[in-house]
Design a protein around this ligand. Sequence first.
Ligand code: BDR
Ligand code: CA
Length: 317
Amino acid sequence: MTPVLLDCDPGHDDAVAMLYAARHLDLRAITTVYGNQTLEKVTRNALALCRLARLDAPVAAGAAKPLLGEGPKDVTIHGKTGIDGAELPEPDRAPLDIHAVELILRTARAHRGELVLAATGALTNVALALSTEPKLKDWLRAITIMGGSTGIGNSTEVAEFNIHVDPEAADMVLRAGVPTWVVGLDVTRRVGVTAEQIASLREGGRLARTMADLLDFFLDSLRRVHGLNTASLHDPCALVPFIDPGLIEYRHTSVRVELAGTLTRGMTVAELRRLGSTQLGHIRPSAAPNVHLAREPSPRLVPHILAAIREMDVRAT
Ligand code: BDR
Ligand code: CA
């Protein structure tokens, strides 16, 4: 089984990613980063979810703010706790007494050439780890990210939240030279659960019912704030290339982060032109391909993620 470390900010869809990773991959460690709420709250949420789902992966807290500036304020989508909508159990353990960067390095060193680093929050921890230990890029099999968009944004008109909160970190990670997969908002918004699908989760045990309550809250937020009619399962999408590559089609191309724009800071700029076609043969790519960029999700993906939640529910009962 593929060893994976999940760097996250739970977060409703991060919670789904934790379960999806635990069901299909060898979840070796969880690290947390500020974002959907403060570092303290998202770390607590990660530990509470571990207890609820009986996950024993070690958890370490990382960055409390981006490389530059102070980070997001008043993120409402995930509520005051960062994961509103259900009563989670009190955590039954504390985070490790080491920084997330240290846990990333230890885990990557122990699984050289094999570890997939999945990042579903701001890329601050990952950037710090890559700059702390230059050998990390050779130890990792891959980095896979939920972030960015080739269309509209959610933080600003053009910038997606995970990239927008720390564009400098995202830029460092996308330039690091590690084989990298990126799934953006333009794809993850097409991977959404309906109210009916959420209701059917309620027929399960405690974990499935809790996830249904959480997803109901998330759907309600997304409806109010962004006018969506499904709850986007953004974060589990990042794991797909290492679970079942048939579930999202990816294209090898370049993605760069806008750092300086007055209106576009935090936007991801992707090369999607039909280079070399007879019509556009004169266009040359502006940058070398640096990522596999998600283009098309399969209709089988949402049922596959929901099935993983149900299976984890059975395991936890
Ligand atoms: C991303 O932002 C967060 O709110 C979600 O957890 C996801 O990682 C979507 O833009
Ligand atoms: Ca997230």
